[in-house]
Ligand binder design. Structure first.
Ligand code: E4P
Length: 218
């Protein structure tokens, strides 16, 4: 499973990129709005740092408008992936993008049937939202497992991005259940790195080292 960062914050993206684990970035209108910056300018900045897929979401609701908007976004850089919501109009747009060789990420997926439809329309990625399903008492991870099984059974190459990740357990389970990618907030990325026993281990090694140095000097 690959790691994407779910963020439009350039400092977070640079920091995650420096770790050498980052295969892409997903943004959405809420994440961009939080930054208070020009969308196209921010996408250019992100694409200068990350060479993997960078998802940029369209805000139009009609297929023709989504296509026009997506074509403009796709001109920004070759790694731009057009993020399209899972709607009737969205599917038409995804189909058009796939004919033009433009990569797509179908977002707001909450059922296996939606994922299958998006894949058949030509989506490069589908993004099932784990956390938002868990929030309403459903099992987000079961959805990942179902989509992974269906795609494997039918030889579908569309990649599954586990999205709406809230904690490290989501990441581990998404990997076990066959997601190709987990797009994770910066905070969760930091949580993945840390373990209390690692910190205790480092502290003990350093203490033992210093004590050995002291005895060698005496
Ligand atoms: C995915 O591409 C979305 O940007 C994101 O994962 C949504 O997560 P949220 O439910 O935490 O807003």
């Amino acid at each position: 499973m690959k790691f994407f960062i779910d963020s439009a914050n350039i400092a977070e993206i640079k920091e995650a990129h420096a770790l050498g684990v980052l295969a892409g970035v997903t943004t959405n209108p809420s994440l961009v709005a939080k930054e208070g910056v020009d969308f196209h300018t921010r996408l250019k900045e992100i694409c200068a740092v990350v060479k993997g897929s960078v998802s940029a979401e369209v805000i139009s609701e009609k297929a023709e408008e989504m296509i026009a908007e997506g074509e403009e976004l796709a001109k920004i850089a070759p790694q731009i992936t057009i993020k399209v919501p899972m709607t009737t109009e969205g599917l038409k747009a995804v189909h058009a993008f796939s004919q033009k060789g433009i990569k797509t990420n179908v977002t707001l997926i909450f059922s296996a049937n939606q994922a299958l439809l998006a894949a058949r329309a030509g989506a490069t990625y589908v993004s099932p939202f784990l956390g938002r399903l868990d929030d309403i008492g459903h099992d987000g991870m079961e959805l990942i497992a179902d989509i992974a099984e269906i795609f494997a059974l039918h030889g579908i190459e569309t990649e599954i991005i586990a999205a709406s990740i809230r904690h490290p357990q989501h990441v581990r389970e998404a990997a076990l259940h066959g997601a190709h990618v987990a797009t994770i907030p910066y905070k969760v990325l930091q949580q993945l790195i840390k373990h209390p026993l690692t910190d205790i281990g480092i502290e003990r090694f350093l203490k033992d080292w210093e004590e050995a140095q002291k005895s060698a000097r005496n």
